[in-house]
Every structure is written in C-alpha cells, then in structure tokens.
Design a protein around this ligand. Structure first.
Ligand code: ZN
Ligand code: ZN
Length: 211
C-alpha cells in the first residue's frame, strides 16, 4: 500500500488561486505555473506532518524555476524557497515570491514582510572585532576559538603539555547577535537562459542576475 503524499485537491485549488496560474518563483518569470514545489520536502514514504501539504509549504512554480531550486539548494534556502526540516515551520519563514518578500498562510493568502528568510549570526569580541555573518550559529564557536589566538586582550600564559593547548589567563567576553540577512530583492533574481530549441542535457544554465 502506498501513501498518498500529494496535497489534497482543495489545497491545490487554494495554491492555484494564489498563483493565478502564473509562476510564483523568480522576479518577472513569464511562465505559467506547472508544478507544486514543497519548501520543506516530503520524506521517503510520505509525510506524517499535515503542514507538509499545506499552502504555506507550497509554491506554484514553472518547470524552469522548479528545476532551478532543485539544482541550487543553498540559494534556494536564502530565498526561502527551501526550508530546512526541523528548524522552523515554513509558515514562519518568509520567501521571495516574484521578487517580493512575503509570508504565506495556510488559507491561500500571503502578506508582505521585511524579515528575510535567513537569519545571520555575529559574534563581537570585547576587543571590538566582529565576526563575519554566519548562517549556522555553530560556526561562531569556531570563529571565537580562532579569534582568541590573535585577540589583543588575550595573552596566552603557558603551553599545557598534557592537554596540548595554550592556557589563557582569561577568556574574553563575546556578545552574540542575530539579525535577518539583508538582501536586496533585486539581487535574488535568478534568470534562466534557455534556447528556443528543444532542450538537451546541458544546453541551458541558470545563474543569479548581476545587480
Ligand atoms: Zn518560473
Ligand atoms: Zn578580541
């Protein structure tokens, strides 16, 4: 027995009404919507979570935009077209829809927001040095460990032969902050170059449009 993992007919109607039959993907996409894209993917064997097939997790895309996001998962996450399972629910994560930043709801509606899909994290040392933005908070541990080697506030006292680490008289204070990633909407405009000829493998490419 196979599980039916598709959205219900009712949900497909809601998403189709939201799109108006036009692709909800990249800015200025001229194509008709042809496929339902899941922002958080269905798992093998189907999904137990009902929200997987709710409108907030679904985008009505043309084949080009759908294929593009499949091939560019990192950029897809920065656009909110992909949402990592288990971190946040898609209904809470904004996305760039036709170039506009929006939150989707589960009744087929959407509203503008200014909160970017991805949050970036910074660590600032008491010496004033600020880390580069990190998409994964875990990377801040690594940055802080690296920073204390050069931090002017820290003078290693002695090498511990047993543990094979420098002993520090004290560790500097770090302040961690997070903020939505600021992205110019125009920068996140994938363009799809396709020839008018029938497509063979490798005849088309996608990339971000340069600002
Ligand atoms: Zn499209
Ligand atoms: Zn420092």
């Amino acid at each position: 027995m196979s599980r039916d993992t598709r959205p219900s007919d009712h949900v497909v109607e809601l998403v189709t009404a939201r799109s108006g039959g036009a692709c909800e993907g990249r800015t200025g996409c001229p194509n008709l919507a042809a496929e339902i894209h899941h922002r958080t993917g269905r798992q093998m064997g189907g999904s137990r979570e009902a929200w997987i097939n709710e409108p907030s997790n679904l985008m009505h895309l043309c084949c080009d935009c759908h294929r593009w996001v499949t091939l560019h998962p990192t950029d897809g996450r920065r656009l909110g077209w992909l949402v990592r399972r288990g971190v946040e629910k898609p209904i809470e994560v904004s996305l760039y829809r036709r170039g506009g930043l929006v939150l989707l709801d589960d009744s087929g509606g959407w509203e503008p927001t200014d909160r970017a899909p991805v949050t970036v994290h910074h660590s600032t040392c008491e010496c004033g040095v600020k880390s580069p933005p990190q998409h994964l908070v875990d990377f801040l541990d690594h940055w802080e460990d690296e920073h204390v080697r050069d931090c002017p506030r820290v003078v290693p006292s002695r090498w511990d032969d047993v543990l094979e680490v420098w002993e520090y008289p004290r560790f500097p204070e770090f302040e961690r902050t997070e903020e939505p990633e600021q992205v110019a909407a125009d920068r996140w405009r994938p363009t799809v170059h396709s020839t008018a000829l029938p497509r063979a493998a490798g005849t088309w490419h996608t990339h971000w449009r340069n600002p």
